[in-house]
Design a protein around this ligand. Structure first.
Ligand code: NAP
Length: 256
């Protein structure tokens, strides 16, 4: 019960890493605000997650609002205040990675990626931090960045700068929000099998190559990120701020 009676907002929690984190946070005693895009097609997945969290004896509410909208953070915070007891943990996880080559990158693809992954995150983190400051009991903010914050990808020239930006945002926010007892950290997943890379990893050779580059011998699963997110959210990490945690099976350090 590392998060007993805490309220945790997780963006992009309808699927993948965010969903796994939501379930583990609930297992650890938290009530959850489930952020998602607002698309009708995502609603059944959100209902399914709400049921799973309620079966664990915790509360959950879905808030469908696009991550790229600067008002979305306020909506998530309002839901946490009206349904539960404010905001203790904010996990900025929603993100997209529409793989595309650089030289012919459509402007819309670049702008949509930056708006969704980084610009929206800035305003959402700001909204969560202001609520935590008002409450006066500190808090934890976690940005789901990526190993791509540290290394490049030829088909990800629009994506990797957003992930480096999130890492940098957490470092600066750690300084800005430390005086309020609000800790800010970045989580850097390696290659985790989810919908975001389903098409890319459908290429068997690529998939086997990525697994072979991972010292632990397999690609990641969404559940592999849940424990590290709970750790950074909990008082176990009470003196951890401005840090980044790679969760990549060792891929980053595997040069040769
Ligand atoms: P995923 O399975 O594709 O899930 C993406 C989540 O983000 C969904 O809940 C989706 O909601 C939500 N989302 C997408 N666009 C949104 C928008 N415009 N507004 C609000 N919500 C939106 O992806 P994932 O792999 O779990 O990725 C989660 C995070 O981890 C991302 O930030 C990603 O960059 C990062 N990451 C992933 C990997 C990896 O290998 N998988 C590696 C490093 C970092 P809907 O269901 O409503 O669409």
């Amino acid at each position: 019960m590392l998060l007993k009676d805490k309220t945790v907002i997780i963006t992009g929690a309808s699927r993948g890493i965010g969903r796994a984190a939501a379930v583990e946070c609930a297992r650890q005693g938290a009530n959850i605000i489930i952020g998602y895009s607002g698309s009708e097609s995502s609603r059944p997945a959100v209902e399914d997650l709400i049921n799973e969290i309620e079966s664990l004896g915790r509360g959950a509410v879905g808030v469908g609002a696009p991550a790229e909208d600067p008002d979305t953070g306020d909506k998530l915070v309002e839901a946490a205040v009206s349904h539960f007891d404010g905001v203790d943990v904010f996990v900025n996880n929603a993100g997209i990675c529409p793989f595309h080559s650089f030289l012919d990158m459509p402007r819309e693809t670049y702008l949509k990626t930056v708006d969704t992954n980084l610009n929206g995150a800035f305003f959402a983190v700001q909204a969560a931090a202001n609520q935590m400051k008002r409450q006066g009991r500190g808090g934890a903010i976690i940005a789901v960045s990526s190993i791509s914050a540290l290394v490049g990808g030829g088909m990800q020239t629009h994506y990797t700068p957003t992930k480096a930006g999130l890492l940098s945002l957490m470092q600066s926010c750690a300084i800005a929000l430390g005086p309020y007892g609000i800790r800010c950290n970045a989580l850097l997943p390696g290659t985790i099998e989810t919908d975001i890379n389903k098409d890319d990893l459908a290429d068997t050779d690529k998939r086997e190559y990525m697994a072979s580059r991972t010292p632990l011998g397999r690609l990641g699963r969404p559940e592999d990120l849940a424990g590290p997110i709970v750790f950074l959210a909990s008082d176990m990490a009470q003196y951890v701020t401005g840090a980044s945690l790679l969760v990549d099976g060792g891929m980053y350090v595997n040069l040769q």
